[in-house]
Design a protein around this ligand. Structure first.
Ligand code: NAG
Ligand code: NAG
Ligand code: NAG
Ligand code: NAG
Ligand code: NAG
Ligand code: NAG
Ligand code: NAG
Ligand code: NAG
Ligand code: NAG
Length: 391
């Protein structure tokens, strides 16, 4: 009954808000994307592809490099030039023992760079269902996985790998030309300066019936790597129902304009290929810890090629908490993060929620105000005789 009554104003408000945000969108900044697989290479490299997406803005370029030579790595290089380029010395790049085999030129145009290495997949036997990671099985080193060629469709690339057993770990990188939101839950917001990474585990045989998994990530930078995680309250709205937090891994050094780079995620993973409320499972992260840059360069061809003396911090994202179903229930897990430069996106109320609040809160407030006015007027009318002085 109430729904029927409020239905019309909500639809109207929604249409109004949508048209407003539509006209804002037209003025939003955009980037021109160019996708290149193995730039400058004559033959597909034997040990994994190198994807280069140039995202050119008015005065700047964001270079996205994604590579599976060793552990899968995403490198973002932000330059203040609309004509900066990536140069790869392929023989040196493939030898994986020298820094400088991949350069962004001119070097003086580089404003900032940051990289994320997907280093290990950890599995433990949660015998007592406490989700307190211990009793680890030997880790899966992602650098020794066999990685497929990149499956490209526009600025979206999919990479799958396995350890010569059934099942696989896949990563999907999406680069965007403008601000927006992911299509599937958790529907993370992205800026024009960020990309989305979806990681999923499909059909991998668990080594125990009560196995749970962790994903180890390394954030690598030249001078200011991402070193601390901030957890903010997030607004619960139609995009990620029931999740009230957002975590962002940021550099602890600010320049005058704020945060330099980030990895942002919501603490939720999904246990089915079609994410929904029923198959959502919470996840947690450990505190970032300093790591050996040299060891990470040895694990990732892209880090070795681009950085000289990289600095790194690592953390683990663990999937599932006590009493949540174990991995073996569905043999599937997916998790999404946004990786970018500049300030992390900030969630706002969706138009639907704004409309519902406007109707839901606005109506009682209006009634209260009207009621208040009415009471005042009545009081004024009856007051005067009551306060007449008694002689
Ligand atoms: C681009 O650079 C020019 C001159 O360097 C400047 O006038 C303009 O405002 C810049 N545009 C943006 C979007 O930063
Ligand atoms: C790198 O490896 C190649 C072949 O694997 C070798 O010829 C070269 O000397 C090595 N370079 C360095 C700096 O170690
Ligand atoms: C599980 O619980 C049993 C009995 O309480 C205890 O002996 C054992 O150490 C626990 N195992 C783990 C991994 O916590
Ligand atoms: C992954 O495969 C390699 C070689 O096939 C093997 O040595 C290693 O033990 C495997 N790791 C796991 C965790 O199964
Ligand atoms: C590549 O992706 C497309 C669409 O996602 C899919 O239809 C196709 O089977 C994939 N190709 C390979 C070789 O995995
Ligand atoms: C992978 O598995 C196949 C069959 O299961 C086996 O023949 C092959 O030697 C394995 N390769 C490695 C690297 O373990
Ligand atoms: C998993 O549980 C089934 C029965 O519940 C048992 O037969 C099987 O051995 C268990 N597997 C492992 C790896 O513990
Ligand atoms: C970075 O800047 C933001 C806003 O400009 C501020 O809230 C934050 O505390 C700063 N962080 C550090 C470590 O200075
Ligand atoms: C992730 O967890 C494993 C197992 O506890 C630990 O050995 C590793 O150091 C952790 N990684 C980071 C970056 O904290």
């Amino acid at each position: 009954m109430a729904a029927v009554l409020v239905g019309r104003p909500v639809v109207f408000l929604l249409a109004l808000l949508r048209s407003c945000s539509g006209s804002f969108a037209a003025e939003m900044s955009k980037r021109q994307l160019t996708v290149q697989l193995n730039p400058g290479s004559t033959a597909p490299p034997p040990d994994g592809d190198l994807l280069h997406v140039r995202a050119v803005g008015d005065n700047d370029t964001l270079h996205y490099l994604f590579c599976s030579q060793g552990a899968p790595t995403l490198l973002l290089v932000h330059t203040n030039s609309a004509s900066s380029t990536v140069k790869v010395d392929w023989p040196l790049f493939l030898a994986r023992n020298t820094s400088g085999s991949l350069r962004v030129e001119p070097e003086s145009s580089i404003l900032y760079s940051t990289a994320v290495v997907f280093s290990r997949l950890l599995e433990y036997d949660d015998v007592n269902d406490t989700a307190n990671p211990s009793d680890f099985f030997p880790p899966y080193e992602l650098q020794s996985f066999t990685w497929s060629h990149l499956n490209l469709s526009g600025p979206v690339a999919v990479l799958c790998g396995s350890n010569n057993s059934t099942g696989s770990l896949c990563l999907q990188l999406s680069v965007f030309d403008s601000e927006g939101r992911g299509q599937a839950w958790p529907r993370l917001k992205h800026t024009v300066d960020s990309s989305q990474m979806l990681v999923w585990l499909d059909g991998l045989l668990p080594r125990a019936n009560r196995s749970r998994f962790l994903l180890e990530l390394q954030a690598v930078g030249g001078a200011n790597p991402l070193s601390r995680v901030e957890v903010h309250q997030s607004i619960d709205d139609e995009f990620t129902p029931s999740i009230f937090k957002v975590s962002q891994w940021v550099s602890s050094v600010n320049d005058s304009s704020g945060i330099l780079g980030f990895v942002q995620w919501k603490p939720v993973a999904y246990r089915q290929p079609n994410p929904s409320l029923e198959n959502a499972t919470p996840c947690r992260h450990s505190d970032p810890r300093p790591q050996s840059g040299q060891m990470i360069a040895a694990a990732s061809g892209l880090i070795q090629a681009f950085y000289l003396g990289p600095e790194a911090f690592g953390l683990n994202v663990s999937f599932g908490i006590a009493t949540e179903p174990f991995y073996s229930a569905t043999r599937f897990l997916s998790w999404t993060a946004v990786v970018g430069v500049g300030s992390p996106p900030v969630d706002s109320f969706s138009p639907l929620v704004v409309a519902i609040m406007a109707v839901g809160l606005g109506t009682p407030v209006a009634l209260l105000l009207l009621g208040g006015v009415w009471v005042c007027v009545r009081k004024k009318a009856t007051d005067s005789p009551a306060y007449e002085p008694i002689n």
